[in-house]
Design a protein around this ligand. Structure first.
Ligand SMILES: [Ca+2]
Length: 411
């Protein structure tokens, strides 16, 4: 029935099509339907059937063969075969009973054999893994934590026939990736995997520099290499070697060292301690008054004992913090006060370092209050056995604390 044609028809995924012509070799007794189908499902036939009767049985019908385009690497390609089923209500007896002419020459078509046509389908898919970058940059802050992470994409170029597992390694303990094992299933093969690479300082100490300042030998940049390996049962993917991805890791230094105490001294009225810093602070994110223990390295009972019951702290400016005494403060000039580490930063937007190891000695007020002693006596002259009352209660300048009176007599 097929007119001419090659031994093997060739089509290509996303490319060339082919066709064949079909006709009947003799006129049918009734309508003949020839339905075509693909044995392996690799091609589509259009139209997929030809209908003949005695009026058109010799008119060729052209059937176009088109490759079904998938995303699977099949190497060179694959074979397919075109089958046809021939159906007709052929009835020689009926023809003869009807005394129609030429019944003896009429073909009998129902169920007639059709020799399958061989088709090769050329593949256009190539297994491969796309890595969006070969070199990346990441950085970490002066404190040692990752600042700007790097990222790149991993995707497959064709649909695998088995799960593809891509493992990432080769980087050191201070670098991490968002996913170190990427599992790609055939059903979702075209989903792009985004890998984020975060790099901290090459030390687990925070801050990296023990001094709390910006520079030390431990805080250095480095270069990392991410090695990627493929594991799968898909033979087209199993032997793929992936390129490495290099990551240049740099330090982003703070603009300055963290705030240090410039002075810490009694206020002139002796009712508070005023701490000034050498640069603007972020006020430790405090506003209004707060418990001094939030910033000072002491227990609340020590704070209450030193600064008095009900004492509190406040930043009166980014450069100045006041410790406002409560009742019964005992702190004295020369006492040492230590700040908590990791609470106070510079006000600079990029600051990552915190005031660390910061202790100051309480200083005298800039204008010291001098006690003014006023002593009154009940008499200026007294007999040997007379009483004398000395009254110093009018003395001023105690700074709100109890005064200690020492008396002595001179002959
Ligand atoms: Ca393919």
């Amino acid at each position: 029935m097929v007119v001419g044609g090659p031994d093997v028809y060739e089509v290509a995924e996303g490319g060339i099509t082919s066709s064949f012509k079909v006709t009947l070799s003799s006129f049918p007794l009734s309508v003949v339907v020839v339905a075509f189908s693909s044995a392996n499902g690799a091609v589509t036939l259009s139209p997929n059937k030809a209908v003949f009767d005695f009026t058109n049985f010799s008119t060729e019908v052209s059937i176009v063969i088109t490759a079904n385009n998938d995303y699977i690497d099949q190497g060179w390609g694959r074979n397919d075969f075109i089958d046809a089923s021939v159906m007709s209500a052929d009835d020689l007896t009926a023809c003869e009973v009807a005394e129609r002419s030429l019944c003896n020459r009429a073909g009998i078509y129902n169920g007639v054999d059709f020799a399958p046509l061989h088709v090769t389908v050329i593949d256009d898919d190539v297994a491969g893994v796309s890595i969006s970058a070969a070199a990346l940059s990441a950085n970490f802050d002066n404190y040692g934590d990752s600042l700007e992470a790097a990222s790149y994409n991993i995707s497959l170029r064709s649909q695998p026939t088995s799960t593809v597992i891509i493992s990432l390694g080769g980087f050191n303990e201070f670098t991490s990736v968002s996913q170190s094992v990427i599992v790609i299933e055939p059903s979702s093969w075209d989903v792009v995997a985004i890998v984020t690479v975060s790099a901290g300082a090459p030390s687990s100490n925070r801050p990296v520099c023990a001094s709390g300042n910006r520079f030390c030998d431990a805080i250095v940049g480095r270069s990392e290499t991410i090695v990627q390996t493929v594991n799968t049962l898909d033979s087209y993917y199993a032997n793929i070697t992936l390129p490495t991805v290099s990551v240049n890791v740099e330090v982003v230094y703070d603009l300055g060292d963290p705030p240090k105490v410039k002075t810490g001294r009694f206020a002139n009225l002796l009712n508070s301690l005023v701490v000034t810093f050498d640069k603007s602070t972020d006020r430790a994110s405090k506003s209004g008054t707060f418990a001094c223990t939030a910033l000072l390295n002491m227990t609340s009972s020590v704070a209450s004992s030193l600064f008095g019951s009900g004492s509190k702290c406040i930043f009166t400016s980014p450069l100045k913090m006041e410790i406002i005494f409560g009742s019964g403060a005992t702190v004295l000039p020369g006492d040492l006060i230590t700040f908590k580490d990791n609470t106070l930063q510079s006000s600079a937007a990029s600051a990552s370092l915190f005031t660390t190891n910061e202790t100051f000695s309480v200083g005298l007020p800039s204008v010291p209050t001098i006690p003014k002693a006023l002593l009154s006596a009940s008499a200026l002259k007294v007999g040997v056995c007379d009483d004398l009352t000395l009254d110093g209660s009018a003395t001023t300048g105690s700074g709100g604390r109890s005064m200690i009176y020492n008396f002595s007599a001179h002959p």
